[in-house]
Design a protein around this ligand. Structure first.
Ligand code: FMN
Length: 310
């Protein structure tokens, strides 16, 4: 007997059928007349995080929004991560009310300043000074030929045909893969990341609960914000050396490992073991080595560390 109840999945399931922790990001873009727009967004997550030659975020938004229109037209935006305080969240909810940009922007209560990606570029929006961090981004419109979409075609939604993951993706939906050009960080948090964090050096971040009804957005209220608690990562379980030998023997017939070399991999998590061993074999072949020793593993690790540093 399950300890859960099966909840029907409906449109906007993250808001209607679940409690889904999300960030609160105020996205600044430039309107057709050169003025600034800010819209509030929570469906904004890391998309390309490594191994793609660039870093990117994914934004999911209503295609009739000002933000969507501006991204289709100019492809530039700034993701402003607002801090957890009542005033900022109140303003985020106000800027999240659908409507013409000029009306809501008349009373913008955030302080604006120039970004750093390319301040001379008129298509780059200003950024919110109150934010604890800002990602300046460019839409990767070439992916899935999303550059074929135009804001002109959006009236009451888009008639289609639609893309699957970039550009206009349904009558009212859009997905944007946003290449990160700059991550700007307030000095105190920059110092924390570069010099080492302590539990009081984290910014207070509002967590949007996802669930909403017709009257409220719900988020972690400021007075209850607690300093984050450190939860230690479990120590890696040591893999038995015979299992490592088995995996190593299956990598390549011509390159062998000494027992001492295999011992170096006992703390490598199992899902990564094959990749690590294959990396060693590739290095051995490049360097004409048939028997990998503990010293070779140290050289390979040093090389990896140097490459990572670069
Ligand atoms: C906290 C918060 C989070 C929101 N998240 C999203 C979202 O992820 N995607 C979306 O399409 N709309 C979201 N909205 C609604 C948009 O803010 C709303 O459509 C608004 O009109 C967008 O502004 P714009 O038209 O100036 O882009 C959110 C609103 C709030 C207050």
């Amino acid at each position: 007997m399950s300890s859960f109840k099966d909840l029907r999945i409906v449109d906007n399931f993250y808001q209607t059928s679940s409690f889904f922790p999300m960030p609160t990001v105020c996205i600044s873009t430039v309107n057709d007349d050169g003025s600034l727009n800010i819209g509030s967004y929570s469906l904004c997550f890391p998309y390309y995080i490594a191994g793609k030659g660039r870093y990117a975020m994914l934004l999911e938004c209503r295609n009739t929004s000002n933000t969507c229109r501006n991204l289709l037209q100019r492809g530039k935006c700034a993701l402003n991560f607002i801090p957890d305080d009542r005033k900022s969240f109140k303003e985020a909810v106000r800027l999240g009310y659908p409507g013409p940009s000029d009306e809501k922007m008349k009373e913008n209560r955030f302080t604006m300043e120039d970004g750093q990606a390319d301040p001379a570029d008129k298509d780059r929006p200003q950024i919110i000074a109150e934010a604890f961090q800002v990602f300046e981004c460019t839409w990767d419109s070439a992916l899935e030929h999303a550059d074929r979409f135009s804001a002109v075609d959006i009236d009451d939604g888009h008639p289609g045909p639609y893309n699957d993951f970039n550009g206009i993706t349904s009558k009212y939906g859009a997905h944007f893969i946003l290449k990160i050009d700059k991550i700007l960080m307030k000095p105190e948090y920059y110092d924390a990341i570069v010099n080492g964090v302590t539990k009081s050096s984290f910014p207070p971040v509002p967590v949007d609960y996802g669930y909403r009804d017709s009257t409220n957005f719900w988020y972690t209220p400021f007075p209850r914000f607690k300093k984050p608690v450190a939860e230690p990562i479990p120590a890696p379980k040591e893999t038995d050396i015979s299992a490592i030998r088995y995996a190593a023997n299956r990598c390549d017939d011509t390159v062998q490992f000494t027992d001492a070399a295999l011992q170096c991999f006992v703390k490598v998590p199992r899902p990564f073991l094959k990749t690590v061993l294959n990396g060693c074999v590739a290095w051995a072949k490049e360097n004409g080595v048939a028997l990998i020793t503990e010293e070779h593993v140290k050289i390979i690790n040093d090389k990896r560390r140097q490459e990572k540093g670069r």
